[in-house]
Design a binder for this molecule. Structure first.
Ligand code: SF4
Length: 335
């Protein structure tokens, strides 16, 4: 293992929107990311094989992509200096470090955290594969504020198909939960996140059930809409319908806010949500607020256009929806 004091990764990937905010590249954005998204750098692909991911080892996609976003690489010291400057100018609210899977990734993440922490006090989130309790503690000691361990799938069966043994991936459903439990022990309830991807073949009932399970564990679930990327195993799978996604967004919001529970909700024969288990007034107030339809994740994570083209349809709003957009959202729940 390399010492954080003597070693810094040479290169790091930065999401294109974050690179623009940091002044590393020129460009125009209609919505600025409020979090700086970094991705650990390695030559070649990740050693895992998640079916939806352009970084997966058997994917034929470009190596500088994650979801539909490009992640150009830069010398790491240049990125750390740019983060320091942006923090001084109050341009950024959080830094999110996402980790590929490769043998030395833990050292890379730990060192990136230490370098950023030596430059500014901007909160740092890390999204990584399961690590043991001792490593979780080291991340916390290095200054990581929040940690995320992705489940991605709503059920074990789907997990095995897209991330686990059926795609020769290293991940095991039960180990993701062990890691999430360890993370809650180290970081605290509600300070640990997971990602769930809607549209991998799950029903609304299954997705709602796992959201409730996460909430009960003290884990905060953030939602993504499945986005087919050319060259990945799942390139031919269609994205979820907007209606399916909106219902799950609303259910997630109501469960996370403690306004309903999975057990209070009702589903039809196709396991679609037909009753959210709250009064009409509570439901309407939640929809009108439009908060359920914003990007969900760590505080100040807006991930502009991660799942969607800027022209829409917008699965996750990176900014408050306009009045017209709220009316469109309301129509979904009047059907
Ligand atoms: S571990 Fe992350 S980066 Fe690697 S293939 Fe899976 S989703 Fe992609």
């Amino acid at each position: 293992m390399t010492s954080p004091d003597t070693y810094t990764p040479k290169m790091i990937r930065v999401s294109i929107g974050s690179a623009i905010v940091l002044g590393l590249v020129q460009g125009n954005l209609d919505v600025l990311p409020t979090t700086i998204y970094l991705l650990t750098y390695k030559d070649g692909k990740c050693s895992a094989n998640c079916g939806f991911c352009p970084q997966a080892k058997t994917s034929k996609s470009r190596a500088d992509m994650l979801s539909r976003v490009t992640w150009p690489s830069f010398p790491a010291p240049q990125v750390f200096d740019a983060i320091e400057n942006a923090a001084k100018q109050d341009k950024i609210k959080r830094v999110c470090i996402q980790a590929l899977n490769y043998p030395t990734v833990f050292d890379d993440v730990l060192n990136v955290v230490a370098r950023i922490r030596s430059k500014c006090q901007t909160p740092i989130s890390v999204s990584c594969q399961p690590v043991n309790l001792e490593r979780m503690k080291r991340l916390a000691e290095a200054g990581v504020e929040r940690i995320g361990i992705p489940l991605d799938a709503a059920t074990e069966e789907i997990f095995d198909k897209v991330k686990g043994k059926l795609v020769s991936g290293p991940y095991v459903w039960s180990r993701q939960f062990e890691a999430l439990e360890n993370a809650v022990q180290v970081f605290g309830r509600g300070i640990v996140s997971t990602h769930l991807i809607v549209g991998l073949g799950e029903t609304e009932k299954e997705m709602t059930s796992i959201i409730q399970h996460c909430k009960d564990m003290g884990v905060y679930p953030g939602l993504f809409a499945f986005t087919p990327i050319a060259g990945t195993t799942l390139e031919s799978l269609a994205p979820p319908s907007l209606e399916h996604y909106r219902r799950i967004q609303l259910a997630r919001y109501l469960i996370v806010q403690g306004k309903t529970r999975y057990e209070s909700m009702r589903f039809d024969k196709d396991e679609r949500i037909v009753d959210f288990g709250v009064s009409k007034e509570v439901l309407q107030e939640a929809i009108r607020s439009s908060v359920p339809f914003l990007t969900s994740g760590c505080p100040n994570c807006n991930r502009p256009y991660y799942n969607e083209k800027p022209g829409g349809p917008l699965f996750n709003y990176p900014r408050a929806p306009t009045e017209k957009e709220v009316e469109e959202i309301e129509k979904v729940f009047k059907q």
